[in-house]
Design a binder for this molecule. Structure first.
Ligand SMILES: [Fe+2]
Ligand SMILES: [Fe+2]
Length: 255
């Protein structure tokens, strides 16, 4: 099963790069993914016109299932009221061998992330029903600090409790966005993958737009990073210090 994980489109902001988003959508359609997961920040200020613009782009995605979650920017100015109207999503998506759910870490007019006690209870109970499946949980905010992104602001504020529930529930893979910097962290048997920004020029520590490609085979998976308009890379290369700058010259012309 192939999942494409994209994040932080930021339609409507001054640093939005529409050509990068168009290019990414063309690339993704060519990969014929089963599921596309979007971990929030579709917009800049949660405005109606920005949601409309994001919808125009995302309607061009060709995939069997689409999971769109909100980020802190989408919750601004009552944008949270629009999220579900534009992008309704299933509470839990169950496939032959995997279960995927999106938990909300965003709150109206607040940048910091939080999962909250009730949502954690729900997550724990939900995951109990899918003991034999490969378990994926997606959220907007980063669960652990990411290097090369400045100070660790707006982390999920109850990250300790969230990590405990995720690990105890046997979650295999966590997908996060928000920091605009791709990264991979492993805690016990669980992998946390952060997507970079697919189409904002406000990048941190990794200076090309990118998204993640995840191939799930029974209990294991392989994750790669795809630079928009560039090559696929192993995450190990990023962990060793590759910062995406080598692609910048080519991409400047395409933005
Ligand atoms: Fe963002
Ligand atoms: Fe964000």
């Amino acid at each position: 099963m192939k999942i494409v994980h994209i994040s932080d489109l930021h339609c409507g902001e001054n640093y939005f790069a529409p050509r990068m988003l168009e290019m990414a959508i063309r690339e993704i359609n060519g990969m014929k993914p089963d599921i596309v997961v979007i971990t929030g920040d579709l917009t800049w200020n949660g405005l109606l016109e920005e949601y409309g613009l994001a919808k125009e782009y995302l309607d061009k995605l060709e995939c069997k299932r689409l999971i769109v979650g909100g980020g802190n920017h989408d919750y601004k100015l009552t944008g949270f009221l629009l999220l579900n109207k534009f992008f309704p999503r299933p509470e839990v998506l169950v496939t032959d061998n995997a279960v995927i759910c999106y938990i909300s870490t965003s709150r109206p007019d607040r940048d910091v992330g939080e999962v909250g006690h009730r949502q954690l209870l729900w997550l724990r109970e939900t995951m109990k029903k899918y003991k034999t499946k490969f378990k994926v949980v997606a959220m907007h905010h980063h669960l652990v600090p990411i290097p090369d992104t400045g100070t660790a602001q707006n982390l999920v504020m109850d990250a300790g409790d969230v990590l405990k529930v995720l690990i105890e529930s046997g979650v295999n893979l966590v997908l996060c966005g928000h920091k605009h910097r791709p990264w991979k962290t492993r805690i016990e048997d669980m992998c946390i993958l952060n997507a970079g920004s697919v189409s904002s020029r406000r990048l941190r520590g990794f200076f090309s737009n990118s998204y993640n490609i995840i191939d799930i085979r029974r209990e294991s998976f392989r994750a790669e990073l795809k630079i928009v308009g560039g090559r696929k890379m192993d995450f190990e290369e990023i962990l060793r210090g590759y910062d995406g700058l080598a692609h910048l010259g080519d991409l400047k012309m395409k933005r």
